[in-house]
Write a protein that binds this ligand. Structure first.
Ligand SMILES: [Zn+2]
Length: 278
């Protein structure tokens, strides 16, 4: 794999009403090489379509991942919510396996109803056991993502700990979320970015950053963390060039997924900026 590849969170905007199947050829023609299939409102793709998407992705050498539904809370005090959440993760793993996607990205859950963040985290770990067995069988990674809101479980430390306790799980770094949950104070410079990578490598090993799956956009935040994703040219943080510069001199192999409102446009802009700074 190349040092860095770039792609979009979902179907490129230019393909609007066209089928997702066309995305790999389109992305490749632009110089982009990754796509995250967005099942964020539910896993609705059937097996046949998923397999076709996988064939196209492999034909154009576009790396495929899948984002699980937003309505997942593995730390809910309600048994029915937990059981639906587990099913949504399992359904996501199955769809990823039909497509040949290597990874299911998901937001693990909330701290609401718990005495401590630790209690919520441990409940999530326990509730992921069944999905992790299936993930292992199907050879699909589970990717707990750094979350944008403080009340969500998903600090860097939490996603790394989850990845150390669960088989077949690896941390997903959303740089915008990390920045928003830290109220714009981290990461601010090259050293901060390197601290993130060191933390992952020292706790999990270097295979966990080869590749490292990452999301990027600019972001607006408030007291509770994330408010809104923005484009790369808007006056918000974090700074993409700092991230690229820092990763450039590490062993990290990076997949950058653009979550900007101008998806493919900013994926390309990231690629250009990184070529200049690296
Ligand atoms: Zn996400």
């Amino acid at each position: 794999m190349k040092k860095f590849i770039y792609g979009t969170a979902g179907k490129p905007l230019a393909l609007k009403s066209q089928p997702i199947m066309k995305a790999p050829a389109f992305l490749k023609s632009m110089g982009l090489e990754a796509i995250e299939y967005e099942a964020v409102r539910g896993v609705r793709i059937d097996k046949e379509k998923a397999e076709l998407l996988g064939i196209e992705a492999r034909r154009y050498n576009v790396k495929l991942s899948l984002h699980a539904p937003y309505y997942i809370n593995l730390a809910s005090p309600r048994r029915d919510v937990v059981s639906r959440s587990i099913n949504r993760i399992i359904h996501s793993i199955n769809a990823a396996s039909w497509m040949g996607a290597w990874l299911v990205v998901f937001h693990p859950g909330y701290t609401t109803g718990h005495q401590s963040r630790r209690e919520a985290l441990m409940m999530i770990v326990e509730n992921l056991e069944k999905a992790s067995v299936i993930a292992e069988e199907k050879n699909v990674w589970l990717g707990p993502e750094v979350s944008g809101k403080v009340k969500q479980i998903g600090s860097l430390e939490e996603v790394v700990e989850m990845s150390s306790r669960i088989n077949k799980a690896r941390p997903i770094i959303d740089w915008a979320h990390l920045y928003a949950r830290n109220h714009g104070l981290f990461p601010k410079n090259i050293d901060d970015v390197l601290k993130v990578i060191d933390y992952i490598e020292s706790n999990l090993g270097s295979k966990y950053v080869k590749p490292l799956h990452m999301h990027f956009s600019k972001i607006e935040y408030g007291n509770g963390g994330e408010i809104k994703h923005h484009t790369l040219t808007e006056p918000y943080g974090p700074d993409y060039e700092i991230i690229c510069k820092a990763l450039c001199n590490t062993g990290v192999i990076g997949v950058f997924i653009s979550e900007s409102p101008v998806l493919e446009h900013d994926a390309l802009l990231m690629k250009e900026l990184c070529m200049k700074s690296c």
